[in-house]
Ligand binder design. Structure first.
Ligand code: SAH
Length: 218
């Protein structure tokens, strides 16, 4: 893993990305600050690191992608829209970049990934960033993580035709769930808010994510 501080990986390049996210409508200062502080090039293969601060998704191996920075910021902002939260469940650790952003803003982060080698690499990166408030689980995230429920926030970074029931069940009262819903060609970002009466669902526009897949693999 390389350090940072030079050329395309510099703090200045990151500031430019933050500026662009602001222009595109991200307003939560804490979220923008976390993005400014996080070396996204650490989360990507060295061959692609020079593109790390463009606002695009990039391949991370195993047919998966690191999410677009705008989407990371947007989904995090939605989770925090009603005020600070204490406990978040993330489905789809992937590179660990979204995890790193969450861990700077939320006291306890629980992150589930089905592909073990991806999770192992993400773990190493997050340890080098000294983010110690993350607990990882290797498994099928469609089942959530019931033993530690309920969660104030649930974020899913892979798309499914419907929101898995287990995740809705594990959402705390006043909790928020953010997830892309749809098939390969037509997905909408959904935000679900739970209250004493039940669930309220908001649709927030078209997105494109890799699919939520069944089972866990080594
Ligand atoms: N937030 C990650 C996104 C990675 S892409 C990042 O920015 O790097 C989506 C991730 O979800 C992939 O790593 C994929 O393996 C994982 N995933 C897909 N289906 C899953 C499931 N059922 N349970 C857990 N993780 C899953």
């Amino acid at each position: 893993m390389q350090g940072g501080g030079i050329g395309m990986t510099s703090q200045r390049t990151r500031k430019r990305l933050v500026q662009r996210l602001q222009e595109d409508g991200i307003t939560n200062q804490a979220v923008l600050e976390a993005i400014c502080n996080t070396p996204r090039h650490w989360f990507i293969d060295e061959a692609l690191a020079h593109r790390a601060y463009e606002d695009i998704a990039l391949p991370i191996g195993h047919n998966q992608t690191i999410s677009q920075p705008f989407m990371v910021a947007h989904m995090t902002e939605l989770l925090l829209a009603a005020g600070p939260i204490d406990k978040v469940l993330e489905i789809g650790t992937g590179s660990g970049y979204q995890t790193a952003i969450l861990a700077q803003l939320i006291a306890r982060v629980f992150s589930v990934e089905r592909i073990q080698p991806l999770q192992d690499r993400a773990k190493e990166r997050l340890q080098s960033l000294k983010l110690r408030n993350i607990v990882f689980r290797w498994g099928d995230g469609a089942e959530g993580w019931n033993a530690l429920a309920p969660y104030d926030g649930i974020i899913v970074t892979a798309a499914a035709p419907a929101i898995p029931k287990a995740l809705l069940d594990q959402l705390a009262i006043n909790g928020r769930l953010v997830m892309p819903v749809g098939d390969d060609n037509n997905q909408q970002l959904q935000c679900v808010i739970r209250d004493e009466q039940g669930y309220k669902q908001q649709t927030l526009g078209n997105v494109r994510f890799v699919p939520l897949l069944n089972g866990a693999i080594r």
